[in-house]
Every structure is written in C-alpha cells, then in structure tokens.
Design a binder for this molecule. Structure first.
Ligand code: SF4
Ligand code: SF4
Length: 103
C-alpha cells in the first residue's frame, strides 16, 4: 500500500548516518552482521579474503543508521562504524568505505 501522508515535520526529521568500515582480512564469514543489520546495509560479497572467507560488502543505496549492532555482534572485530552525522531523509549521502581491499 502506498503511503500518501507524510509527517508535517518531515523537513526537520534527522536520522543518524554511519560510515561502514570493514576490515576484510579479519572476517571469518560468519554472516552475523549481514543477518542482523536492521537496514539490510550489508551482504555477503563474492570475493574472498586472505583466509578464504567471504567478507560482507555494502549494499549500494542502503544507508547505515549507525545503530552499532554489527560492531557488537562481530566476533572478530572486523567491522566498525564511524559517525557520519545526522541528515534529513532526502539528504542522506552514502559515504561508505571499504578497508583491506584494493578496488
Ligand atoms: S551500524 Fe547498524 S545499520 Fe549500520 S551496518 Fe551496522 S547493523 Fe547495519
Ligand atoms: S560478523 Fe564479522 S566475522 Fe562475521 S561476517 Fe560480519 S564482519 Fe565477518
């Protein structure tokens, strides 16, 4: 069902935005971060890291809300989030970075 009503204060709504950092070579491909991210920001990547596992990658145009859940869940400290400030929903800029991989 399409939502046709918008909050009257929509222009004043500010949502948190996180910059995702993935340290590929620490990852063991357990998938916890992918499974539990409430935004669906992460997906298992097709490439392998130095250990032969598939680390997560960032899904294009799906914004991290800086909830920190992936950092808490990761058993190998392979993912962390940098505060990207707050933005109105229409002005969220997808600032997301990879680490440990040349592309
Ligand atoms: S901080 Fe939250 S929204 Fe962002 S990638 Fe991690 S689990 Fe997903
Ligand atoms: S939770 Fe950590 S070890 Fe597991 S897939 Fe995500 S980054 Fe890799």
């Amino acid at each position: 069902m399409a939502l046709w009503r918008q909050p009257l204060d929509r222009d004043r709504i500010r949502i948190a935005h996180g910059i995702v950092h993935i340290i590929d070579d620490r990852c063991k491909g357990c998938g916890f971060c992918v499974e539990f991210c409430p935004q669906g920001t992460l997906a298992i990547s097709p490439h392998t890291n130095a250990k032969g596992y598939h680390p997560p990658e960032i899904v294009p145009d799906v914004h991290c809300i800086n909830c920190g859940l992936c950092t808490l869940l990761c058993p190998d400290f392979a993912i962390f989030i940098e505060d990207g400030g707050k933005h109105t929903p229409d002005k969220v800029i997808p600032i997301q970075r990879y680490e440990g991989r040349d592309e």
